[in-house]
Design a protein around this ligand. Structure first.
Ligand SMILES: [Zn+2]
Ligand SMILES: [Zn+2]
Length: 153
């Protein structure tokens, strides 16, 4: 993936630019990601918050309290309700970007899978490690992404 890359919501009124490579990109097969994405898994792309710039359009942020008592912030388009990014309120430096909003990243393959115990039986896993649930090491997916094999080019 060559940065910068542009992203937009479904209606394309809300836009942003990503200026740095992700710090992790994996698939999460948990039931929460399935519900939120409306798909079989969530594409978890973590980026530095300061790598998101040129933010424009009718974007608002909404804070929800999860069952574990921690608060999540969702950045969304007020017109079409696409969620552009999400993150922990207390971890301001990192955001999970909606990878489906990015343009021209078809060549970027996720590396790693978590919550395979709730994966749909027909799903094809991404390359890289597979964790039945959340890995004990919270940085496991970041390290996996950094150590992934690169195309020789
Ligand atoms: Zn929109
Ligand atoms: Zn998940």
């Amino acid at each position: 993936m060559s940065v910068p890359v542009r992203g937009a919501c479904r209606c394309e009124r809300s836009r942003f630019r990503l200026t740095q490579e992700p710090i992790a990109f994996y698939l999460c097969h948990c039931t929460q990601c399935q519900a939120e994405s409306g798909s079989a898994f969530g594409q978890s792309m973590y980026v530095r918050t300061d790598a998101i710039d040129e933010i424009e359009g009718p974007i608002a942020e909404h804070v929800i309290e999860d069952e574990d008592g921690r608060s999540a912030v969702l950045g969304y388009c007020k017109r079409c309700l696409t969620v552009l990014w999400a993150g922990r309120v207390e971890v301001e430096a990192v955001r999970g970007l909606n990878a489906g909003c990015l343009e021209g990243t078809a060549g970027l393959t996720p590396y790693g899978n978590m919550w395979t115990q709730s994966a749909r039986p027909w799903v094809a896993f991404a390359p890289g490690p597979r964790f039945e649930a959340s890995p004990d090491d919270p940085l496991a997916m970041i390290h996996a992404w950094q150590g992934r094999p690169r195309d020789p080019s």
